[in-house]
Write a protein that binds this ligand. Structure first.
Ligand SMILES: C[S@@+](CC[C@H](N)C(=O)[O-])C[C@H]1O[C@@H](n2cnc3c(N)ncnc32)[C@H](O)[C@@H]1O
Ligand SMILES: [Mg+2]
Length: 262
């Protein structure tokens, strides 16, 4: 057993995995940390979503956002963590981070990169349902970023990730909306015209509306905020928070301390 196999959770039945999708990401695993490589869009997108995550977490848990490590003491799950583009900054903010991805190649990249940077992150190859089967302790924060549009059963995936959130905890989900504008910008524009992403990275039919992301979370007992749009500005070549949720958006959900409120 190599060192890496110990980082695999619950091998046998992992129904959220769509093998073609995971193979697509495994094939690009070496590129995660190349800001000019295939994950360039995520690198560009990172500052705005990291700021949003930090601010939302500090507000939710009443933390001092100006502290050097404001998330100290919080357990964060980054589900579908890829190469760790969000796990690492969360660890730098003081959180105890568990990063889980269905692709072993991605986890290898993430482990290597974190070690090189002296960061201690609990990376595991696996899935949400694997964590549930393994009986992990629920997390203070669950990050569910740009993954649900790549899984086999989105509603079940959202439900499983909700089950990994403790009472009083915070989930931040992010994905692409299923609108004509998202088709034009995220698929035609980003994949075929600008070539930001390899053609075929996204399947339009797998995009989800905010209501479709929120419904399984609400059924799992979470309360959801209004979706937060994130938009690209071609003039400044940067991303910003916006009122437009038609392409990229984030959805904040909270598990009440006691069922039915509180
Ligand atoms: C677009 S990447 C997002 C990576 C990271 N969350 C980010 O935003 O930087 C999607 C990731 O989800 C992973 N993935 C796909 N299906 C999964 C599943 N069922 N469970 C866990 N991870 C999965 C892929 O391997 C890939 O690394
Ligand atoms: Mg995606």
């Amino acid at each position: 057993m190599d060192e890496f196999s110990e980082n695999t959770v619950a091998e046998p039945r992992q129904p959220s995995i769509d093998p073609d999708e995971v193979a697509k990401f495994s094939a690009m695993a070496a590129e995660w940390w190349d800001p000019k490589g295939k994950f360039k869009p995520l690198h560009k997108f990172n500052p705005v979503r990291l700021g949003f995550i930090r601010d939302t977490a500090c507000a939710h848990f009443a933390l001092d956002g100006t502290a050097r490590k404001p998330l100290e003491g919080l357990r964060v799950l980054d589900i579908g963590c890829g190469g760790g583009l969000v796990s690492e900054p969360m660890a730098r903010l003081g959180a105890s981070v568990t990063g889980v991805d269905a692709s072993e190649a991605n986890i290898k990249t993430a482990l290597t990169h974190a070690r090189e940077g002296g960061l201690d992150i609990d990376y595991r190859a696996g899935t949400a349902e694997g964590l549930l089967e393994a009986g992990v302790e629920p997390f203070d924060i669950v990050l569910n970023l740009e993954v649900v549009e790549h899984v086999a059963d989105p509603a079940q995936f959202m439900k499983d990730t909700a089950a990994l959130l403790r009472p009083g905890g915070l989930m931040i989900a992010a994905t692409l909306n299923r609108t004509p504008k998202a088709f034009a910008l995220a698929i035609v524009g980003a994949e075929y015209v600008l070539r930001w992403l390899p053609p075929g990275t996204h399947e339009f039919s797998k995009f989800l509306t905010p209501a479709e992301v929120a419904a399984p979370l609400q059924m799992a007992g979470l309360e959801t905020d209004r979706p937060q749009g994130v938009s690209y500005n071609p003039v400044s070549d940067s991303w910003r928070l916006s009122d437009d949720t038609k392409v990229n958006y984030m959805l904040v959900a909270r598990r009440p301390v006691s069922p039915g409120g509180g």
